[in-house]
Every structure is written in C-alpha cells, then in structure tokens.
Design a protein around this ligand. Structure first.
Ligand code: F6R
Length: 606
C-alpha cells in the first residue's frame, strides 16, 4: 500500500508534493520520490527511508517544475532501495503506482525483447516502458496510456506525466483508490482526500476502471470503456476527520471497496511477489514439527479461522482443532506439548479470545496471533504476530479485516505446507500466483452493485434467510448469515449444505430465500443436489457461483456470477458478495449500517 500524489500548477510544485506525501506516510515510508517537468524535461529526486530524507535531497538539489507526481513507498516488488523507489521513468514518461501489476513478468519479457532496458526490480517499471513503447511508435501521450492500460492485469492506481507536457497528467484506477482535487487554476491527485486537504476540499473520486486526463483548469474522466464519465465533485470531510468515508455512504461500503488494496498490502507482507514465492517473516517457530494447530476466535474472526482449518488440513496435512473462544476457554481441552495455537482478532482486545490465549499459553502452546491492531493486548501477549494490514476498520460489521485475515492465514498455510514438505515448489508458485490475482478479482466484482440492490428488495421482505455451503464454503455461509443478521436485523442461519435434510429443510417454503455459496469445486455436484432439494420445496434460490445456470437444473431467483478462480482462493473472493448482500439489504431496510444496535467494535467483556 503506497501513497501517490500529483499536482498541476503555474508555480513550482515540489514542496507541495512533499507536503501531500507527508499525509500519506501512513501508507508506507520505506522510500519516497517526486518527479516534475522542467523546461520540457523530466527530473526526479528519490531517497530511501522517511520523507525527511527526500526533503534534504530536494533542499540541495531542487526541482522547479510546475507539474509533478510523488510517491511514498511500501515495498512489494523489489527491495526498499533508492533504485526501486518511485517515480519510475524513461526520458519520455514518469509514473507513480500503488498496487500490483500481476502480469509484469510477461510484459517485462516482451518489452525487453523489443529492446527496452529495465533498471529496477519493480512491477511498475513495465508501465513506464509500455507507455514509452507506444509513444516511440508515434502515439500521443493520451493514446499511449490508453493502450498501455488495456495490457495491465492487476489492481492499481497510477499517475503519469510526460516530457514536453507541462499541462497534462494522466491518472487511472482499478482496485486502488484515487481522488482528484479541484483548485483555482491548480489540479491535484491523491490516494486519499486527506493528502489533498491543505490545498482543496473539493474532490472527485475516480471509480473502478476510470482513467482521467488532468490539466490546470480541470479534469476529463472516462470509464473503463473509454466513454466520458460524469463523476460528481463533493466536499471532502478530510480536514475534520483522520479517516473519512470518501464518496461512500457508509464506512462499511468504503471498507468493502478498500479490499483490493488492503489485501494487496497484506499479501505484500507475506509474499515475495517478484519471485512468486511465499516469504513468511521469521516467526521463530519450527513449523516442520508442529504436531497440531489449535485455532480460536470470536464471530467473523472465528469464521476466518474455520476457513484456515480447511486450508491447513488439506494443504499442510496438520490436524486442526478449532473452537469459538468463549467455549474453548472453559472446556479444559487437553492440548499437545509443542502445539501451535493461533488466535484471530481484528481488534486484538476481545476478552474471550484473550482469555483463551492465556489458557493455551498455560498449556504449553506456542502462540501466534493474526491481528489488525499490532499494539493490541493479544499481539503483545503472543509469541508471534501475523499482522493483517487492513488499516482502521470503522464499520462495526467486519469486512476488510475478514478478507485480510483470510489472506494472512492462506499465506501461513503455504509456509506451513512448505515447511512440512506437503507443498512442493511448483504448487507454491501456482498458489502464490493465484493469491496475487485476488485483488483484481475482487476489484472486478465491485464495478456494479445493481444486482445486489435488486436482491435487497427480495431479502428485505423476508423473515428468515438460510445460507448454505459445503466444505470450505460452509464457514462463508455462516459468515453470510452473521453479516446479514447483525446489520439488517433479519433472522438468518448458515448451515453446511449436507445438513439441510437433517432439520432446517423444514423451514423452507416459497417465502424463504436460500443463499447458496457454490463455487464449481470438487463438491459442486453435491451442493447442486441440496439446491434441488430446496427447489422442490419452493424455496427461492440465490446462487453465488462461477457455474452456468444450465449446470444447476433448477430455477434460480438470482445468480451472482463469480470469476473462475482456484479452490484455494475462492473463500477470499466469495466473501465479497456475501458482504454486499448484507450491506444492500441493510441500506434497503434503513438500519444503522455502521453502528448496528447492541453491538460494539471491540468486545472487551466476557
Ligand atoms: C462481525 C464482527 C464480530 C467480530 C468479533 C471478534 O462482523 O465484527 O463478530 O469478528 O466480535 O472481534 P475481533 O476480531 O476484534 O476479535
């Protein structure tokens, strides 16, 4: 998660760029840099470490251009050294980037074969060369960027300037946030409105797939199909709040939309993306000899742990015991010497989870914590912290913290499997590649939420909703039901699809929507049989699946179409429709989405 900024002005912009970057340092600070256009030429200054190093550099070697871009980096591809710091450039083009270019290896090979010389280990440099390549072939800057964007797979926010153009900046976003700021004869670009707060409070948020052409006196925005797009400028609250809702109605919506970015950030912590390998920071535990893993947590965090049980048992072949913390703490469960206990918690302060952690410690377990708040009590009392880098989660219903927990646990599974020899290098590379595609697959789902608004009308009229899933989709069914009940106050239950006939099937009639999480995996056919049992009793089926309608053989009330992904990453991707169903239903019902009744964000009582 890096921060990017851009300014077009009639005065030198270097110091204002640094000022804006200072407000983005929370997004990363292992190096920083800026580039401007001066007398038609691109010039840049970069420095390793904190922003003050860049400032000293600029004091001795100033840049005087009136248009410029800046970047504060949190390394993903390539070590945090000056050579890898942004902006990246050729004599014609300079780019700052936040996100992941998934297909950078293929592009790099292609461009190298065409004679381009790469100077860095970064994925971003491929963007610079793609644009330069087009310009070398005669394209103007705008067309060159448009054709480069078509070649990029991944999740990204980009700001681009060009030699010889002191009144043209281009921007694009897919999966990573980007906001345009409107000034008097000046225009701005930033990863968030907070970066632009000293300069303007009038901002326009770019939407997924948008690209923009900025000049001193305004901006033209185009959608992913290159049609002119109307995006309404709004007054930002960024001055008043450290975290604002952006152009979203609720924090929950904003946090759902942040997922491509925060998942990228979490992945970057655990993967060597340039090498396509797992790179778990040294956790001081010999994973090859762990006899058993115990997982405990509460609520949504527990469901993340339950997904991890399926992953760890299948891929690392280690038995996993899991229980909700309020039960495990009193069960007096015997735990094996040398076992590993993992606690999952967004806040890191949940009383039951903390008490269970202490119990497991007394039982001689090594303690690992998957936490979002690194300074929390659970983090402090653990032997090892596996952080989720979701950023502050304000909405009471957990969304981005959940998918980041899944991401961290998926990476941990790979490390465990490698250590135990159950995952070979080829499988590791395949699964790492699949993980790197998740941010884009989620960004793609967030383009259009109309189907969820329609579905919300149906759900808002019902009294009970059932969620079904099999295997690794079973925890998602329970998470879906939890999300719906906590923010819409509708009664919902999540069941293992195979359990349906052992009781809950009695509930089904034409008034009960049944939401089925059914990726086309090895259990799909079994889930279809359960779906037919529901259809035979008149239930209204909402299927979340990458299968075709024809594969099902019974009528569907709605089909939320999912991308084809690997079984391994499906749980992370399928979490998103589940969140959107709950969110839109709650909006439809007019409940307090961000602060639902009776709930608290951090549950520090038993
Ligand atoms: C539901 C939700 C809760 C929390 C649970 C644990 O959306 O947010 O179920 O997951 O209270 O909280 P943490 O993760 O802070 O331990």
């Amino acid at each position: 998660m890096c921060g990017i900024v851009g300014i077009l002005s009639t005065e030198p912009v270097a110091l204002d760029l640094v000022d804006a970057l200072r407000r983005l340092e929370y997004r990363g600070y292992d190096s920083a840099g800026i580039a401007t256009v001066e007398n038609g030429h691109l010039g840049r200054r970069r420095a390793e470490g904190k922003l003050r190093n860049l400032e000293s550099r600029l004091a001795s070697e100033p840049l005087n251009g009136h248009i410029g871009i800046g970047h504060t980096r949190w390394a993903t591809h390539g070590r945090p050294i000056e050579r890898n710091a942004h902006p990246h450039m050729t004599p014609r083009v300079s780019v700052v980037h936040n996100g992941i270019i998934e297909n950078f290896r293929e592009l790099r090979e292609e461009l190298t074969a065409a004679g381009h010389v790469f100077e860095t280990e970064t994925d971003t440099e491929t963007v610079v060369h793609l644009i330069t390549d087009q310009m070398d072939k005669g394209a103007g800057p705008i067309d060159a960027v448009k054709s480069a964007l078509k070649r990029l797979h991944g999740a990204f926010a980009l700001a681009i300037i060009f030699a010889g153009e002191d009144n043209l900046m281009m921007a694009a976003r897919l999966g990573s946030p980007l906001v345009v700021g409107h000034g008097e004869g000046r225009m701005f670009l930033g990863s968030d409105a907070i970066a632009l707060a000293p300069f303007t409070d009038t901002v326009t948020y770019l939407e997924e797939g948008d690209f923009a052409v900025l000049r001193n006196d305004g901006v033209e925005i185009f959608d992913r199909d290159e049609n002119p797009a109307q995006r309404v400028p709004i007054k930002s609250q960024a001055n008043a709040l450290l975290v604002d809702k952006g152009n979203h109605r609720h924090f929950m919506a904003k946090e759902i939309h942040e997922q491509p970015e925060v998942i990228s950030h979490t992945l970057a912590h655990y993967l060597d993306m340039a090498e396509g390998r797992i790179h778990l920071p040294d956790i001081g535990i010999d994973l090859s000899s762990v006899p058993r893993v115990t997982i405990s947590a509460c609520g949504t965090a527990y469901y993340a742990g339950l997904v991890a049980k399926y992953w760890i048992e299948r891929y690392a072949r280690v038995p996993v015991e899991i229980d909700i913390a309020s039960e495990l703490r009193y069960r007096e469960a015997p735990l094996p010497q040398g076992g590993l206990a993992i606690f999952v918690s967004q806040s890191g302060e949940t009383a039951d989870t903390l008490a269970t952690l202490r119990y497991c410690k007394e039982q001689g377990q090594r303690i690992a914590a998957v936490v979002n708040v690194r300074t929390s009590t659970i983090a402090r009392e653990s032997d090892v912290v596996l952080p989720t880098l979701a950023g502050p989660e304000i909405g009471v219903a957990s969304t981005k913290a959940f998918t980041c927990q899944l991401t961290a646990l998926a990476c941990f599974t790979l490390a465990l499997g490698r250590a135990r020899g159950t995952i070979d290098e080829a499988t590791e590379r395949t699964l790492v590649k699949e993980l790197m595609e998740v941010p884009r697959q989620i960004a793609d789902q967030l383009f259009d939420e109309t189907q969820y608004e329609h579905l919300a009308h149906l759900l808002a009229k019902s009294n009970d909703v059932l969620y079904l899933g099999r295997g690794i989709s079973f925890p998602l069914a329970m998470e879906g039901a939890l999300k719906l009940k906590e923010i819409s106050y509708l009664h919902a239950e999540g069941y293992a699809a195979g359990e349906l006939k052992h009781g809950p099937i009695a509930l089904i009639d034409e008034k009960v929507p049944v939401i089925i999480v059914a990726p086309r995996d090895g259990l799909f056919e079994k889930t279809i049989s359960n779906m037919q049992e529901v259809a035979a009793r008149g239930g209204q089926i909402v299927m979340i699946s990458n299968a075709l309608d024809d594969d099902v053989g019974c009528p569907l009330t709605a089909h939320i179409r999912m991308p084809d992904a690997h079984d391994f990453t499906n749980p992370i991707i399928y979490a998103v429709p589940i969140q959107l169903i709950a969110y839109h239903t709650a909006v439809q019902m007019g409940t307090d989405v961000d602060q639902p009744r009776n709930l608290a964000k951090s549950v520090t009582v038993e």
